[in-house]
Ligand binder design. Sequence first.
Ligand SMILES: O=C(O)C(=O)C[C@H](O)[C@H](O)COP(=O)(O)O
Length: 307
Amino acid sequence: MDVVVLGEPLVEFSTAASLDRADLFRLSFSGDALNASVAAAATGASAALVTRVGADEFGERLVRFAAGHGVDTRWMVTGEGSTGAYALGADPTGSRAFVYMRAGSAASRMDPGDVDRSPAPQAGVVLLSGVTAALSPSCEQAVRHAAATARGRVVYDPNFRSRLTDPEKARDVLEAVAPHAALVVPSCPGDSGPLFGTDDPREVLRACLGLGARAAAVTMGAEGVLLGTQDGSVLHVPAVRTESVVDQTGAGDAFAGTLAGWLARGADLVQAVRAGTAAAAISLRGQGGTGRVATTEEIVALIGEAA
Ligand SMILES: O=C(O)C(=O)C[C@H](O)[C@H](O)COP(=O)(O)O
């Protein structure tokens, strides 16, 4: 398997209105792990999502949705607990608001055994996230175990969510995973404040490398990506401009999933980051986490090179 993603797919109820007023929601499917695995599969890499869904209609639909996007669903198993869901809307300031309905969900019951039963240890790239680690203590163990047992490259997206965890716990997981990571992809701002106490991207980069990650790609939205490696090289990769921004949800996951797919297909780090920035820009054109998935042709047209 080229890419294995571990985490929780979610049913998504989204609206452009504010959550305290909206009465019509669009139903779709998201969650950081699903968004990333769909993006990885779209690169032409083989990509599996390792998770559990509930024995309910939404669980079945999530599996169908992932399969429809080319994700290998053999390790999306049915377990106790319900399928997780979230509502996405605008908050009063105009930025996005999330409400989670995922406590005790089937995916939150994953444990290190789910990793051992999956192709994660042998995969070319294993993509892990702070959201997955924050779901429950057993999920945190699964993330730590997946990082420690991966023979391929580990990519870690801290994806800090204050509604799921606190900075101290999130930093603990990051410190445990970073020494195993080929690449850490923190957002700045976003992950940077809670995890590193700074919104200076160069400091965030230094901190990630200081924790032992072989490379770090600090994502800065419209400011692009700051990519640095242990040999001291630092490169600024500009963002790909896009005019029609509908919704930013899932842009970070599209970045991570796409770069994981390109890395697994033999691209170097710089190419993979460039591909990720193109996929992130295209994802801004769709509503929700999977509303607009970039094709390889679109990515190649934007960055002028192929994996
Ligand atoms: O918050 C969670 O747990 C989710 O999984 C919901 C969203 O789909 C992702 O969070 C989007 O993540 P970004 O790519 O950073 O926009």
